[in-house]
Write a protein that binds this ligand. Structure first.
Ligand code: GLV
Ligand code: MN
Ligand code: MN
Ligand code: MN
Length: 406
């Protein structure tokens, strides 16, 4: 399975992946999902929001046990963020069948659409639309860098955008969601003997469990200026928005340090983007996160309030916000118990990464997350990694959890 997905959307030089929602590589991944569901005699469907579901058992019966993740990627992303959870879901189902296990309730494998929001700007688009956290009309009207709306992209891919929107009926049929994901970053952990270590690798554990997701959001800053000639405009006679943007980047770093948060300008769009023209407009996207909302809000407020030159930046436009998500304690206890015979007491850690599991948890579906050790912690990069043996441990872990819950 893994080798089938491996070449899809991979850049020949960087080795990174570009699987933007509803574009060709994503559609290939979706075809792969449907084929894998069919091979296993699972009933496969796309919901109105384009999320793919493969059912083992009766989809209408309710109280479904759901596992899976996403197949789309950030630009130049790693191989594991998303696909590991979907591949492991199919593999865990194979393990359960080989064990002769028959679930007492429906089990579904899901691939949420557009988790990264790399194309249309809002992360976890598929799950947010389903829960109503993202308004249907706003979702359909989101545009990509070429001005293509999400509705147009869906239609071009053969998915009717009329079905987009909150889906309480489907949501009510979901009993629990367990998402397996590659570890991202290396958070400080304390071992049972009191040592302070970094991440699952430092801890010596192949598998971890999520405690919470940090609150996080995305803000767009528009720095407007006056386009002019790069060679003939005196420095004192310029209104150059690139300078204010550069100031904002430094302000974000300082504010994040002040408030013990993290802040990143990772995406910028310069108009008209000519080497010999002073820009007329710089749009830049700030991603800010922290262990609590106050830190994040204070960081963003500092950047917004920062004036780098004679014209202050326009206030930030909040494009998405995800409050802190604390995963269900009772479910985590059951999961931890299921993991114990094979893995002992697994570490429990928070994460600064957003996930569909967080969106479902916020909508009232008890959710849990399993992390598979990433030795470097690097993610959203071609250098993201996980050892094969740990990925196989992840499949066993997920199978154990599904068996305990199913
Ligand atoms: C998505 O993976 C995010 O956390 O930004
Ligand atoms: Mn990601
Ligand atoms: Mn992910
Ligand atoms: Mn994510």
């Amino acid at each position: 399975m893994w080798s089938e997905l491996e070449p899809v959307g991979r850049h020949p030089r960087s080795g990174g992946y570009r699987r933007f929602a509803w574009a060709d590589a994503d559609l290939e991944c979706r075809t792969w999902f449907v084929a894998n569901a069919a091979e296993r005699d699972l009933d496969v469907e796309a919901d109105g929001n384009g999320n793919l579901w493969a059912w083992w058992g009766d989809p209408e019966a309710g109280n479904a046990l759901v596992t899976g993740s996403h197949l789309d990627s950030v630009p130049d992303g790693g191989a594991f963020d998303g696909p590991l959870g979907v591949v492991s879901a199919f593999a865990a189902l194979d393990v359960l069948r080989a064990r002769g296990f028959t679930p007492s309730r429906p089990v579904a494998i899901v691939a949420f659409s557009d988790e990264e929001g790399a194309r249309f700007g809002v992360a976890c688009g598929g799950s947010r639309l389903m829960t109503g956290e993202l308004d249907a009309d706003r979702g359909r009207a989101l545009t990509d860098a070429e001005g293509v709306t999400m509705a147009e992209a869906m239609a071009a891919a053969g998915h009717d955008p009329a079905g987009v929107g909150t889906d309480p009926e489907r949501l009510s049929r979901l009993g629990q969601f367990v998402e397996l994901h590659v570890e991202q970053g290396r958070v400080p952990l304390t071992t049972p003997d009191g040592a302070r270590v970094w991440g699952l690798d430092g801890y010596g554990a192949p598998i971890g469990l999520a405690s919470m997701i940090w609150p996080h959001g995305r803000w767009r800053f528009d720095f407007a200026g006056r386009a002019d000639h790069a060679g003939t405009t005196a420095l004192g006679d310029r209104d150059d928005p690139m300078i204010r943007y550069a100031d904002a980047v430094l302000a974000a770093r300082a504010a994040a340090e002040r408030h013990t948060a993290v802040a990143t300008f990772g995406k910028v769009s310069v108009h008209p983007n000519g080497v010999n023209a002073i820009p007329s407009l710089v749009q830049a996207w700030l991603d800010a996160r922290g262990s609590d909302e106050e830190r994040v809000r204070a960081t963003v407020a500092d950047v917004s309030g920062h004036t780098g030159s004679r014209t202050s930046p326009q206030p930030a436009v909040e494009e998405s916000w995800t409050p802190a998500v604390r995963f269900d304690d009772a479910l985590r206890d059951v999961v931890a118990t299921a993991l114990k015979p094979r893995f002992g007491a697994v570490p429990v850690l928070p994460t600064g990464a957003g996930h569909d599991a967080g969106i479902l948890a916020a909508a009232g579906v008890p959710a849990a997350m399993l992390f598979v050790r990433n030795p470097t912690g690097v993610s959203h990069s071609p250098a993201e990694s996980a050892d094969r043996a740990d990925c196989l441990s992840g499949v066993e872990a997920l199978a154990d959890v599904l068996e305990a819950l199913g």
